[in-house]
Design a protein around this ligand. Structure first.
Ligand code: DGY
Length: 431
């Protein structure tokens, strides 16, 4: 592998998706600014163009709502063939909606972690001073508007908020929703990518139905908590938030800001996390469906996400590795599955190796897990993830996701966060 050439090619992807104000996650499939994509993109950009990385974050923050929510999509430019369009969301019915058009839901809050990572390499204290209030307001919004049961754990109201849209972990919650009527719409996500690699239409109809419920309730957070048919506590989202709270706390200390409120969030989350998500029988973390009032017993790689937050105790950490990571029926590669890590266990009947979040390898998830495994000193499994990820991008290009059987690319081409994380891994080694 020619490392310099790979870094150069990754930089070219970020440059070619750059609109000047924000970076498109994918050139045709995703022509607007996505929340967690843009944080990861900023991390990659920071290695070779720090001012542009900070612009990326400032542009995302322009979409922040008056109540603190940072939305999952900001539409700086329109029109495009992407659906839903800004008009479809109808966010102007909410008094907190910002001037720039956005979606009406959020996405995994990885931004504080990314800002701290950038700062650890290239000090950006003034930028932190500028953006800290926005980060604090977002986390406060999550801990109030999305704390459905007062537990300190937050919930999501739409699979798109999980970032893992059609993961089989949402199947039972989604199939319990029978949309009585769905507004007329035309899918845009199968124009540039084969329908066989995108969510099934049964999922998609429900995605749109949920948006319709939210807009009929004018995005009022209390109304959405009580009326959203989909209400779930997500292991991945809560792990990312816990980690982001740790990182926000570190930023607060550098600024000399009080940390009491953040300490309270961390204490509460830590106290409830295992009781809510850990399943002693299966030795796994499972999401919790608040509407059905029961855990979602589906085996996905999100069971490893708590490593990112440093939450599993040593016994649980060892069980996750021995019983799942190294289990040939679940996540251990075999003669058919060459690459780590399938985002759904091979043992799950809903596992599909080329369909979006039903099972392919995603570079973002490999990176989150790599970071978490390093935190635990599980250097060999972490290295497997890094090696496989770099092999995938080197052989198949910067794709949105990959078929774990042969490493062929799926979804969007020239995918920004796959490029950004390649730079993070490779350029990070040389700095
Ligand atoms: C999409 O449009 O497919 C996104 O995943 C939703 O944000």
């Amino acid at each position: 592998m020619d490392i310099s050439d790979l870094i150069l090619r990754a930089q070219n992807v970020l440059r070619s998706n750059d609109t000047g104000v924000f970076t498109k996650p994918g050139p045709r499939q995703y022509p607007h600014q996505w929340n967690w994509d843009s944080a990861i993109i900023a991390l990659g950009l920071s290695h070779f163009d720090l001012p542009r990385a900070l612009t990326e974050i400032r542009s995302l923050l322009r979409g922040q709502w008056g109540d603190g929510m940072i939305p999952h999509v900001v539409y700086h430019q329109s029109p495009s063939d992407y659906f839903p369009s800004p008009a479809f969301w109808q966010i102007e019915t909410n008094p907190n909606a910002p001037a720039v058009p956005t979606s009406g839901i959020t996405q995994p809050p990885v931004l504080a972690t990314i800002i701290r990572k950038i700062h650890s390499r290239s000090p950006i204290l003034n930028f932190i001073r500028e953006t800290y209030p926005a980060l604090l307001r977002w986390h406060r919004w999550l801990h109030t508007a999305r704390d459905a049961d007062g537990s300190g754990l937050v919930c999501i109201i739409h699979p798109w908020e999980s970032g893992t849209d059609d993961s089989p972990r949402w199947l039972s919650a989604m199939s319990a929703i029978a949309p009585p009527d769905v507004p007329p719409f035309q899918r845009g996500d199968t124009i540039h990518v084969s329908a066989s690699e995108r969510p099934h239409s049964a999922d998609y109809v429900r995605f749109i139905h949920l948006i319709d419920v939210f807009r009929r309730n004018r995005y009022d957070p209390a109304a959405l908590l009580s009326r959203s048919p989909f209400l779930v506590q997500d292991v991945l989202f809560n792990s990312i938030l816990y980690r982001a709270n740790e990182d926000l706390r570190a930023l607060a200390l550098e600024l000399g800001e009080p940390t009491g409120e953040i300490d309270g969030w961390l204490d509460k989350m830590r106290a409830r996390f295992d009781a809510r998500f850990w399943d002693e029988t299966h030795g796994s973390y499972f999401d919790f469906d608040l509407r059905a009032d029961k855990p979602i017993l589906v085996n996905t790689a999100m069971t490893f996400a708590p490593f990112f937050a440093g939450l599993p105790d040593p016994t649980k950490a060892r069980r996750l590795i021995a019983e799942h990571w190294q289990n040939p029926r679940e996540y251990q590669p075999d003669k058919n599955i060459r690459y780590r890590v399938t985002t759904t266990s091979k043992a799950e009947s809903a596992w599909e190796p080329r369909r979006y979040w039903r099972g392919p390898v995603w570079i973002i998830f490999n990176w989150i897990l790599w970071d978490g495994l390093k935190r635990y000193g599980f250097d060999d499994p972490a290295e497997e993830l890094r090696r496989d990820s770099l092999e995938l991008v080197a052989r198949s290009g910067f794709r949105e996701y990959y078929d774990p059987r042969d490493g062929s690319g799926c979804g969007s081409t020239d995918f920004s966060w796959s490029a950004a994380l390649t730079i993070e891994w490779l350029a990070g080694d040389r700095e």
